[in-house]
Design a protein around this ligand. Structure first.
Ligand SMILES: Cc1cc2nc3c(=O)[nH]c(=O)nc-3n(C[C@H](O)[C@H](O)[C@H](O)COP(=O)(O)OP(=O)(O)OC[C@H]3O[C@@H](n4cnc5c(N)ncnc54)[C@H](O)[C@@H]3O)c2cc1C
Length: 471
C-alpha cells in the first residue's frame, strides 16, 4: 500500500448528504449492520473491509455524478455487482464508497434479428439467460454461480463451463457504456460484429476488475439456443489417463461446450456434501463432457466416438445418463464443487491456466509441489481450455501453520504454471488475493504500460484502488 493510499479523504456528513441527494434517500446505506454484505465477497480468505457508505444508483447519470464527486474530493469508489467474485475484487480496501449496481437491473432490449441484447450491469446472469432463452436465443456464458451480475462477469472476464465451444465473456460482448472516474460517459463498440475504428476499449475494460471505469450497459452477442444438451461421464484409473484423452477429443470436428476433469478426492467430498453416492467409487479420475447439438442422435453419435477415445486411454466406461433427472444431477454435482470444498475444510482457491496440452505436465508438477510442502491440493477444472482449479486444503495441521505455509506453495504453483506457458488466473481475476503474485508473471515493461493505462483512465486513483497492482 503506497503513500498515495493514505491520502484519501473521509466522507463527511455533508458529502454523505450530497450523495443522498444524488442517489435518492432510499438508495444509500450508512448503517454498519446493513453494510455487512458489502464488506466481503465469496473469496475464501479476503479480509472484511467496511465502506463508509453504499450507494445504489438507478441510472447512468447518477453513476456519473457519484464518480465526479468522488474524483473532486478524492474518495475511493469500489464498484460491486453481486459480490460472488473469488479474488476480493469488490472489497472496499480503503473504505469510501461502495457503488453497487444492483438497482441497475433492467434488460433494455433483445434483438433476434441482429442477435444482440443490451442490458444494464446489475442483471443477475440467471435472469438474463432465462429471458434471452425464452426468445429462442442464447447467451452462452455459464460461470458456475448464476447469481453473479452481467457487469461483474464482464469486469472479471468470467469463463466457466461452456468456454471450450463458446469462449469467455470477452468473446461474447460487442460494446459497453461506461462511466470514467471523472464522470464522463463513454460508449464503446455497438450492435455490430465488426469494427476497426480506433482502440478496442470494450476489450480493455472487460477484465479490468472495476479499476478503469464503471460499466453501466453491456451489449451482448447472442446465438441461437442449441436444442439439446447431453453429458458423458467417463471413469479412469488415473488423472493422467483422463487428461491424455483430451487432445484427441478436441481434434474431433464437433466441439464440446465443456470438458471437465476431476479427481476421486473431490468426488468423495461431493458425496459427503450431497449425502449420496456417485457411481464408480473404485476409480481415481473422471472426465465430464458436455455437448450441445441439434438432436440427441447427433450428440450420441459424437459420444460413441468420444467413448472409444476415452476407452483407448483406459476409461472403464463412457456413461450417458438415461434420464433428464440423472443428467441434471450430474451437472448439479459439478456446479457445487466450490461450496462442498469450502464446507469440508479451510481451503484456498487457485484458477491457473496453462496451454491445454500441458495440463498433464502441470498436474504432475503440482502433485510434486503439494508433496514437498506437505499440503493436500485438490485438482479439477476445465480440461478443454486449460483452466486448472486447485484447492490447497488445511488437513493434518493447524490453520495457523497452514496459512503460514500457503504463500510459498502458491508461489511455487504459479511459477510452475508460468513455466509451462500459462497464467496466474484464467477467469477469477487478480483482485487483492493474487496481487502479491502478479510480478511472477507480469514483467516491469508490461506493468509500466498497465499503470499508464490506469493513470489515463483514473489520474486520481479513486476507482477500486489496491486491486490488481498498487500504483
Ligand atoms: C460457487 C461459485 C462458482 C463460480 N464459478 C465461476 C466460474 O466457473 N467461472 C468464473 O469465471 N467465475 C466463477 N465464479 C466467480 C464469480 O461468479 C465471477 O467472478 C463473477 O464474474 C462475479 O460477478 P459479481 O456480479 O458477483 O461481481 P462482484 O464480485 O461484485 O465483482 C467482481 C469484480 O467486478 C467489479 N465490478 C462489478 N460490477 C462492475 C461494474 N458494473 N462496473 C465495473 N466493475 C464492476 C468489482 O469491482 C470486482 O472487481 C464463481 C463464484 C462462485 C461463488
Amino acid at each position: 500500500m503506497g503513500d498515495r493510499m493514505a491520502n484519501y479523504e473521509k466522507l463527511t456528513e455533508e458529502l454523505i448528504r450530497e450523495l443522498a441527494e444524488i442517489c435518492g434517500g432510499g438508495n444509500i446505506i450508512t448503517n454498519r449492520d446493513a453494510m455487512q454484505d458489502y464488506a466481503r465477497d465469496e473469496s475464501p480468505h479476503a479480509e472484511i473491509r467496511f465502506p463508509e457508505v453504499v450507494v445504489k444508483p438507478e441510472d447512468t447519470m447518477t453513476v456519473s455524478r457519484i464518480l465526479s464527486l468522488a474524483t473532486r474530493y478524492i474518495i475511493p469508489v469500489t464498484p460491486r455487482g453481486a459480490g460472488t467474485g473469488l479474488s476480493g475484487g469488490c472489497i472496499p480496501l480503503f473504505g469510501g464508497i461502495v457503488l453497487s449496481l444492483e438497482n441497475m437491473n433492467r434488460i433494455i432490449s433483445i434483438d433476434g434479428e441482429n442477435f444482440t441484447a443490451v442490458t444494464e450491469p446489475g442483471v443477475p446472469m440467471a435472469n438474463l439467460c432465462t429471458e434471452i432463452e425464452s426468445r429462442g436465443l442464447y447467451y452462452p456464458l455459464y460461470p458456475g454461480e448464476m447469481t453473479a451480475t452481467i457487469g461483474g462477469t464482464v469486469s472479471t472476464n468470467a469463463g466457466g463451463m461452456n468456454a471450450v465451444r463458446y469462449g469467455v465473456t470477452r468473446n461474447n460482448i460487442l460494446g459497453l457504456e461506461a462511466v470514467l472516474p471523472n464522470g464522463d460517459i463513454i460508449n464503446t463498440g455497438g450492435e455490430y460484429v465488426k469494427s476497426s475504428t480506433g482502440y478496442d476499449l470494450t476489450q480493455l475494460i472487460a477484465g479490468s476488475e472495476g479499476t478503469l471505469a464503471v460499466i453501466t450497459k453491456v451489449i451482448l452477442k447472442l446465438t441461437t439456443k442449441p436444442p439439446k444438451r447431453e453429458v458423458l461421464f467417463a471413469p479412469f484409473s488415473s488423472l493422467q489417463d483422463a487428461i491424455d484423452s483430451v487432445p484427441e477429443i478436441l481434434h474431433l470436428r464437433m466441439i464440446p461446450a465443456g470438458l471437465e476433469f476431476m479427481e476421486r478426492r473431490i468426488i468423495s467430498i461431493i458425496e459427503g456434501y450431497l449425502e449420496r453416492e456417485i457411481p464408480y467409487p473404485e476409480f481415481d479420475a473422471f472426465l465430464m463432457i458436455i455437448m450441445d447439438g441439434d438432436s440427441e442422435d447427433d450428440i450420441h453419435e459424437y459420444f460413441v466416438t468420444v467413448g472409444e477415445i476415452c476407452k483407448k486411454h483406459g476409461a472403464a466406461e463412457a456413461l450417458v445418463p438415461g434420464s433428464e433427472r440423472a443428467k441434471r444431477r450430474l451437472l448439479e454435482a459439478r456446479e457445487i464443487f466450490y461450496h462442498a470444498i469450502k464446507r469440508y475444510a479451510p481451503m484456498e482457491l487457485i484458477d491457473t491456466v496453462v496451454p491445454r496440452s500441458r495440463i498433464p505436465d502441470f498436474v504432475r508438477q503440482v502433485k510434486e509441489i503439494s508433496a514437498r510442502h506437505g499440503i493436500t491440493v485438490i485438482i479439477y477444472g476445465h480440461a478443454g481450455d486449460g483452466n486448472v482449479h486447485l484447492h490447497p486444503l488445511c488437513e493434518n495441521m493447524s490453520e495457523e501453520v497452514w496459512k503460514e505455509k500457503l504463500p510459498s506453495l502458491l508461489k511455487d504453483i504459479f511459477q510452475a504454471a508460468i513455466s509451462f506457458g500459462g497464467a496466474i488466473s484464467g477467469e477469477h481475476g487478480i483482485g487483492i488475493e493474487k496481487k502479491p503474485y502478479l510480478p511472477i508473471q507480469i514483467d516491469e515493461p508490461l506493468l509500466t504500460v498497465m499503470k499508464r493505462v490506469k493513470q489515463a483512465f483514473d489520474p486520481e486513483n479513486i476507482l477500486n484502488p489496491g486491486k490488481i497492482f498498487d500504483i
